[in-house]
Design a protein around this ligand. Structure first.
Ligand SMILES: NC(=O)c1ccc[n+]([C@@H]2O[C@H](COP(=O)([O-])OP(=O)(O)OC[C@H]3O[C@@H](n4cnc5c(N)ncnc54)[C@H](OP(=O)(O)O)[C@@H]3O)[C@@H](O)[C@H]2O)c1
Length: 305
């Protein structure tokens, strides 16, 4: 299957599989991200999903500059640092400078909760270890600034991440522009069918993070069985399931072979798509709330999770 593009609610085209540029190693190991991003670019990725929080934007900028790909052939997503809610345009300007570009194709509110701004500390903690969140500005206020960014030419589209039906409903009460994308944890063990359907009904494209579901999902007997049926790897089957449901995905891989494989997916029969969806356990594997039901400073009830 050729990887399709989806049309966002403002007419912008976005490749359905992109390359997640999260840096999971220490920034001291500078050669690592450069190497793995170089493979991604060579593998044929044109959509790069990044965030200031990942610390990779300068590297991506360098790789893309060296690759010499015309800017209009790339789709770049970035996300606002969660403590830069009062310095939004400044934060975006840093991202643009680091990426070496005049605009991003998609700019996301990374999380609905806003974290206290402390110079040089993106995870300020309360004595009990929870994140220090602030009530003002709200995500509605931040969204109003995002809407104004559309007029600056520095962003082509705007969206959100980690929003639920509950927080989207709150956002839409004041929004003038409907988010183009909601990026959420999504895989067969967390199928989020209700949220996916809700987003579709509002014209919001869903992007899956942690889309493979890691070894838990990739080792599931059904996924292994279907991998044999389609002569594909378990990861290819799971990514094909995302596309079959009309959702997009940001797989991350440090392996050149996996990066190539993730752009070459089988087309699943509809009954197999349904069987995979039925694996849902409502299980968060990537962003797990604490035992007391707190995730990044908010309760799961407040998150609508
Ligand atoms: N928007 C948000 O708020 C948010 C929050 C948390 C995380 N995220 C993003 O989501 C991502 C977290 O998800 P993730 O990257 O951990 O999830 P992922 O892409 O589902 O999993 C990555 C793992 O899958 C493996 N993998 C990828 N393709 C494979 C293939 N074809 N065959 C076998 N294994 C394969 C990788 O191993 P190899 O390297 O060996 O290929 C790696 O161990 C991060 O990059 C992060 O940026 C976003």
């Amino acid at each position: 299957m050729t990887i399709p593009s989806v049309t966002l609610n403002n007419g912008v085209q976005m490749p359905a599989i992109d390359s997640n540029c999260c840096l999971s190693l220490s920034p001291i190991r500078m050669t690592y991200p450069q190497c793995h991003l170089l493979h991604q670019q060579q593998a044929g990725y044109t959509h790069f999903d990044t965030a200031q929080m990942y610390g990779t934007e300068k590297h991506i900028g360098n790789i893309l500059k060296d690759a010499g790909i015309p800017r209009d052939k790339l789709f770049i997503t970035s996300k606002l640092l969660w403590n830069y809610h009062s310095l939004i345009e400044e934060s975006l300007d840093t991202t643009l400078k680091d990426l070496g570009t005049d605009y991003v194709d998609l700019f996301l509110i990374h999380w609905p909760q806003m974290v206290l701004y402390e110079e040089g500390n993106i995870r300020p903690r309360n004595p009990d270890g929870t994140l220090k969140v602030v009530e003002s500005p709200s995500f509605n206020d931040v969204w109003a600034v995002f809407e104004r960014l559309l007029d600056t030419g520095k962003v082509r589209s705007i969206g959100v991440s980690n929003f639920s039906i509950k927080t989207l409903e709150e956002l839409l009460k004041t929004a003038k522009v409907v988010p183009s994308v909601n990026q959420i944890e999504l895989h067969p063990y967390l199928a989020q069918t209700e949220l996916v359907e809700y987003c579709k009904s509002k014209g919001i494209v869903v992007t899956a993070y942690a889309p493979t579901g890691y070894s838990q999902v990739l080792g599931d007997p059904l996924i292994v069985e279907l991998a044999a049926k389609y002569k594909a790897s378990p990861a290819q089957v799971v990514l094909a399931w995302h596309l079959a449901r009309g959702t997009t995905a940001v797989p991350k891989s440090t392996s050149e072979a996996h990066q190539k494989e993730n752009l070459n997916l089988p087309t699943l029969d509809s009954e197999d798509v349904e069987r995979i969806t039925a694996l849902n356990k409502g299980l968060r594997i990537c962003n797990k709330p604490t035992e007391t039901g707190i995730i990044c400073g908010w309760s799961v009830e407040r998150m609508g999770w």
